[in-house]
Ligand binder design. Structure first.
Ligand SMILES: [Ca+2]
Length: 338
């Protein structure tokens, strides 16, 4: 299915037991929500306030029966919208809060603390900007912590390590940093070695094999790393000049990863299961191969994000494309490998 619009991001979420997808469409200055009865039913639009604004990222947040959307803009600050659920305005979102301290937002992510509190963080990629963490206090969202200035953070990635919340921040100025979240604060734990100029990080957790992360670099190679209990170790590098997205997804019974390319089409890789994940240090780069093996080319230009949705046992992949149309694929597992 071709949605016939370019988009910068797609995110799936569940709201009142229904699957939704929010699609950020820059040309319409709007986010479209798909959901309800089947994948293609258009449910509601969120039109942003102000003319000529550049929306960078939008994140849906479900708190109880309330639905919020955090919208980060290049100009005019960050807005939190709340869905108005009163009768007669079922499709309306209204401005709820406004934050003006983020100079150049690049990403928004949310996570829940061990105590059950909801947080979201906005990565600030401005030269003198500071990424800021906000906390839901039951009434509204309030700034909780600022990360150091001058890091030029491009991406945040919340994840669980050893049973507690952590956050990886990738930055234009240094290697990605791993923070541990405890006592309502992010504390710097370690960095990811061998990784410079990482644009974004996406992790996945396998019940048997542990925590992995895909690190995408726009210049140079992207890499797959694995958490060994105290640090992330590199497993594989993939040539990725021109990539903004390297994102894991679970399809069928296996982990996969999509690597986008601003100069061409995207590729889906499949993760092989290894008996041992400890990689020997070797200088022999020629012929070295990793657990991600190419599976299929997807004809999506300038892929920027993807999300998977399961509807009645069927699996769909939404791929956001900046240069072409947003495409929905259905995953069909083959009995025999290709
Ligand atoms: Ca992110």
């Amino acid at each position: 299915m071709d949605l016939q619009v370019s988009s910068l991001s797609v995110k799936a979420f569940e709201y009142q037991s229904e699957q939704y997808v929010v699609i950020h469409i820059p040309s319409r200055a709007a986010a479209t929500f798909l959901g309800g009865d089947g994948v293609a039913a258009l449910v509601f639009h969120l039109c942003f306030h102000g003319a000529g604004i550049a929306v960078v990222s939008c994140l849906p947040l479900v708190i109880g029966r309330q639905l919020f959307v955090v919208v980060a803009q290049l100009f005019g600050g960050t807005y939190v919208y709340r869905r108005d659920s009163s009768p007669g305005s079922a499709s309306a979102f209204r401005p709820f809060q406004h934050f003006s301290n983020i100079r150049k937002p690049n990403d928004i992510e949310s996570f829940t603390s061990i105590e059950g509190d909801l947080y979201f963080i906005i990565a600030d990629s401005a030269k003198s900007g500071a990424s800021t963490l906000y906390r839901w206090n039951g009434v509204g969202f309030y700034p909780q912590q600022q990360l150091p200035r001058w890091y030029r953070d491009t991406d945040a990635e919340p994840l669980m390590l050893s049973g507690s919340p952590h956050l990886i921040m990738s930055s234009g100025s240094q290697r990605p940093l791993v923070y541990r979240f405890e006592n309502k604060r992010l504390e710097r734990l370690t960095d990811i070695p061998e990784a410079w100029d990482v644009y974004a990080v996406k992790h996945f957790t396998d019940a048997e094999d542990g925590v992995f992360a895909c690190l995408v670099r726009y210049m140079g190679d992207s890499s797959l790393v694995r958490w060994d209990g105290s640090m992330f170790k590199q497993l594989q590098q993939l040539p990725s000049r021109g990539s903004h997205v390297f994102q894991p997804l679970f399809l069928g019974h296996q982990w996969h990863a999509l690597l986008g390319n601003d100069y061409g089409f995207a590729w889906i890789y499949q993760l092989e299961k290894w008996k041992h994940w400890e990689v020997e240090e070797t200088n022999d780069k020629e012929g070295s191969s990793g657990p991600l093996v190419p599976l299929q080319e997807l004809k999506v230009l300038e892929a920027r994000a993807l999300t998977t949705v399961r509807v009645r046992g069927r699996e769909f992949i939404f791929v956001a494309s900046f240069g072409g149309d947003t495409v929905v694929y259905e995953f069909i597992e083959k009995d025999n490998s290709i």
